[in-house]
Design a protein around this ligand. Structure first.
Ligand SMILES: [Zn+2]
Length: 331
């Protein structure tokens, strides 16, 4: 795993690049609008002159700086009102020449708050997403809805069912895509994918994670094995507080392959309960894939864990059925 400091530095320099791009965009827009409308060009020139002369006189008579600044501001406000009208008149949005930024909270500086400066949610999210993507978990960027190929699933009726495995997985995919597109971190709704290996559970979970990431939310994808490993390290005081906090605080936590982790006495069940329960209390969503069915969950873990993972008011349980398709898959 990359160090948090390095990832933070990377995220901040990405924000710096973003601010430079914003300035370019603003300039390009001014040029475009001025070309389109002589009135806009004229107003922009008036505003520029007002700034320059205001600065100059404030500089030469510092005693009057306050008055000069006030009259400059009212002049600029007047010009801006005319600018909005002129932009509209030439078919551009009224706010076309407003400052450009991706994050309205921090204006792409990465920090918010006065007087206490603290990292903006967008910076925290960028750091978290970089940290966990860099772990190389299943290659999230390769496993996304557009790479999802239902053709590898047999188009024959599943034993004992009317539907084919392909039509079944298509419905799952549709459901998951809708879930990811409508994902709302305040709702706390999650998914539980049950079923044997090779039925597409992990792939679909990664598709969901990738789409939710693209939509700007923080996502941690972690195997149950690594989750327990991290909790064990933390519990025995070695390290990992930040990783545990990430798992608790991210918008969406995806736990892969629950049931494959080692059952460590005094660690596995209590750690899992801690994560599942804390997220539930905070109304935060989890997506879990597991080879266990609901009965296995009750048997293997704890009633409280199983109940939370299968609670129909919070979790959509999707049982995956059919035959293992990994033997058909490339690579
Ligand atoms: Zn921000």
């Amino acid at each position: 795993m990359l160090s948090r400091e390095n990832v933070m530095r990377e995220a901040l320099s990405e924000l710096e690049a973003q601010r430079a791009r914003n300035v370019m965009t603003e300039k390009a827009r001014r040029e475009e609008a001025a070309e389109k409308s002589a009135a806009v060009a004229d107003l922009l020139e008036q505003r520029r002159r007002l700034f320059t002369s205001g600065m100059r006189s404030a500089f030469s008579s510092p005693g009057k700086a306050k008055d000069i600044s006030a009259s400059m501001q009212s002049g600029v406000a007047q010009i801006n009102a005319q600018l909005r009208a002129a932009l509209k008149a030439c078919g551009l949005p009224e706010d076309y020449l407003q400052p450009v930024y991706r994050c309205a909270e921090c204006r792409d500086t990465g920090y918010v708050g006065e007087p206490v400066h603290e990292p903006c949610a967008c910076l925290k999210r960028a750091v978290m997403n970089r940290l966990y993507q860099s772990e190389g978990l299943q290659g999230l960027e390769r496993e996304n809805f557009s790479a999802f190929d239902e053709a590898i699933f047999p188009d024959e009726a599943i034993e004992g069912k009317k539907n084919t495995q392909r039509s079944f997985i298509r419905r799952c995919r549709e459901y998951c895509e809708q879930y990811a597109d409508g994902f709302d971190p305040a709702e706390g709704k999650g998914l539980l994918f049950c079923g044997r290996s090779g039925l597409g559970k992990t792939f679909l979970m990664n598709c969901v994670a990738q789409r939710v990431l693209e939509r700007g939310y923080s996502v941690v994808v972690i195997s149950a094995y690594k989750l327990i490993e991290a909790m064990r390290r933390y519990q025995f005081g070695e390290e990992g507080l930040e990783q545990v906090q990430d798992m608790l605080s991210c918008d969406l936590l995806c736990i892969d392959d629950l049931g494959s982790e080692p059952m460590l006495r005094g660690v596995t069940v209590s750690s899992l309960y801690h994560i599942v329960n804390e997220r539930r209390n905070a109304n935060k969503a989890i997506v879990v894939t597991t080879n266990c069915d609901a009965d296995d969950l009750y048997e293997k873990y704890d009633d409280r864990i199983a109940a939370r993972l299968t609670d129909p008011s919070r979790m959509k349980v999707i049982p995956f059925i059919g035959v293992d398709v990994r033997r058909f898959a490339r690579g």
